[in-house]
Write a protein that binds this ligand. Structure first.
Ligand SMILES: *[C@@H]1O[C@H](CO)[C@@H](O)[C@H](O)[C@H]1NC(C)=O
Ligand SMILES: *[C@@H]1O[C@H](CO)[C@@H](O)[C@H](O)[C@H]1NC(C)=O
Length: 218
């Protein structure tokens, strides 16, 4: 039986390069169409920038923690005979090399990957049946579950802030704009009601699609 959480720690270590890559800032607020559903929209820019800042901070915190634990596990020889990296680690490094770019779509993709890793780690430590007894002992010893609880709470706070930002924006719209953007407002209503971390995260990623569909044909 594989020890997934430990494999997980290996993955996190290769995520680091995209944390240090330059991140585009959408600061051009001069556009006339900043209340239309496109990439000049001000709520899109604001949420995107907040998401970037938030992801950088939380990912650094997550990385620091996982590196510290990994070091302690090695020092204490808690996992004799286990070695990193592994196959999943290598695959991840390849994916990362393919998206090494500071274009905004690539950045968003990097953000999703980081988020997906964090959600995966949270899920993995929160559901006991997903890991071995050996991993459970480490999770308890290093208080990994407590750490992931605070990470999850910060995400939930971030998501709540997103909903509030969209609500403020919606209040500025006139009737015809509101009609045009009804699907965004409906989305926010559904989004704000979701309490489960992985489901809320999945729903969140759809937000950017309203402004800049990822799979548009050029
Ligand atoms: C949410 O918004 C509040 C108020 O603006 C801010 O203090 C807090 O840092 C934000 N939290 C996150 C996680 O974005
Ligand atoms: C709503 O605002 C838009 C953009 O400012 C404007 O073009 C439109 O005429 C307004 N519609 C109504 C019904 O006021």
């Amino acid at each position: 039986m594989k020890n997934n959480f430990i494999i997980y720690l290996g993955i996190i270590l290769v995520v680091q390069p995209c944390l240090t890559a330059p991140v585009p800032k959408s600061v051009d607020f001069t556009s006339a169409d900043d209340e239309q559903l496109n990439e000049h929209n001000k709520v899109y820019k604001q949420v995107l920038n907040n998401f970037i800042d938030f992801t950088m901070k939380i990912s650094e915190q997550f990385l620091e923690f996982t590196m510290k634990i990994q070091e302690e596990i090695n020092q204490n020889n808690d996992l004799p005979g286990k070695e990193l990296p592994n196959r999943r680690h290598v695959k991840f490094a390849e994916d990362l090399a393919n998206i090494k770019s500071s274009e905004s779509e690539q950045t968003l993709l990097n953000m999703y990957r980081l988020t997906e890793d964090i959600v995966g780690a949270e899920r993995e430590v929160s559901i006991k049946s997903l890991h071995s007894e050996e991993a459970e002992n480490l999770i308890e010893k290093y208080k990994i579950r407590e750490f992931m609880d605070t990470i999850r709470e910060r995400y939930m706070e971030f998501y709540e802030n997103v909903s509030n930002t969209i609500e403020l924006y919606a209040n500025e719209l006139n009737e015809s704009q509101r009609q045009d953007q009804q699907k965004l407002l409906d989305w926010n209503e559904d989004f704000s009601e979701i309490k489960d971390f992985p489901s809320k995260t999945n729903k969140f990623t759809l937000f950017f699609e309203f402004f800049k569909p990822c799979c548009d044909e050029e």
